[in-house]
Design a protein around this ligand. Sequence first.
Ligand code: HEM
Length: 406
Amino acid sequence: MTTVLPDPMRLPTERGCPFSPPAEYTVLQTERPWSRLRLPGGRTGWLITRYDDVRALLADRRFTPPMVQVTPNAELPLPEEELPVPDGLFSALDPPEQSRYRRLVSRYFTRKRTRELQPLIERITDEQLTGMIEAGQPGDLNAWFAQPIPARVVTGMLGIPAADQPDYQRWVLASLSLDTSLDALREAKDGLYEGLGELVRHKKSHPGDDIVSELLHGSVGESPLTHAEVVNISILLLIAGLETTANMLGLGAFALLEHPGQLARLRADESLFDSAIEELLRYLTIVQFGLTRTAREDCEVAGRRITEGEIIVASLAAANRDPAVYDDPNHLDLARDQSTAPHMAFGHGVHQCLGAQLARIEMKIAFGALLRRLPKLRLAVPADRVATGTDKVFYGVHELPVSWEH
Ligand code: HEM
């Protein structure tokens, strides 16, 4: 039976299974791999869903990432209303400007620097799990484990005082939620800019062992950055590094509990951890609305004329389930070999995730400790009562009530 989808269509959001992207993507992949997309505000763009098309677009330098990504209700500015990219916000810049900032910041995310963070991540994970166990059952794994671990790691790396970490966690969450009221959004934005502005001023005279101090004092051998650049880079790291990993930890734990056979395999063989994490990234693809790109010039892509300013949304979630690339793509297989077709949960091309190694280590440590400390972990509510969110930029759980035996 063929399903007839509107043309142009809106970005699909309704999920049948909490772990799988909306069913429309499967239809599009076979029947309409380049689909006209109705954008918020009445404009029309494209939605692409096949692995090869998504990969090619993300590597295509004729396209640029706009400041506002397409979500079901984003307020997209018209091309002539586009504001200049704030200094330092390199996720929305093209090379060579993007490369200069990325080079400066990437030294905090190398394999070596990330390995050095391991004891800190282990300590934070341990404290969070101990806190949950001591608070008693049932515990909310999202509130005790998934949210605070990445929040404490990233705020700590930036030199944000521990006492302020919950505020930053709240502001980032509000900025990424699609139904935040305008007042709450303004409060979150002000909180981030004022808080980080204050921090950057303080670090100028009281440097510490953190990213903000290093960027300010040019201890990395290049000319120091301006106040605005350091503030914007810090905001980028918070927004990009906090809710992403948090959702992978929360949704990942939910997926493992709902796939007991796979979970038992992982408990029995810790050598599966690396492939398990790559498979969870592929299977869950929390960047649920894909990546937006705008054409910098009139051009031709896959035989189509694209005009300057036209928007294409590349669905990472669909690409990572493309049956032309993955055998049995809707099956979670923690031992899956992705060496010939690496997932694109971290994107692809010059903007590919800078924090991927850090996210991987956080997941490895956090899931490892969770399985070791709570061998009899289980959901404390029926799975269909676990609320997941298509109401935020990154897909994940809102709460994950669990219980355990000692
Ligand atoms: C599992 C967790 C994560 C996922 C799924 C994820 C996903 C992504 C994706 C898809 C992109 C590409 C955006 C684009 O091409 O437009 C990206 C970029 C980025 N990510 Fe991550 N990310 C994660 C964790 C982190 C962490 C922990 C950090 C750092 C603290 C981080 C920092 C960044 C930065 C700075 C960029 C922009 C890179 C650039 O434009 O050059 N991410 N991430």
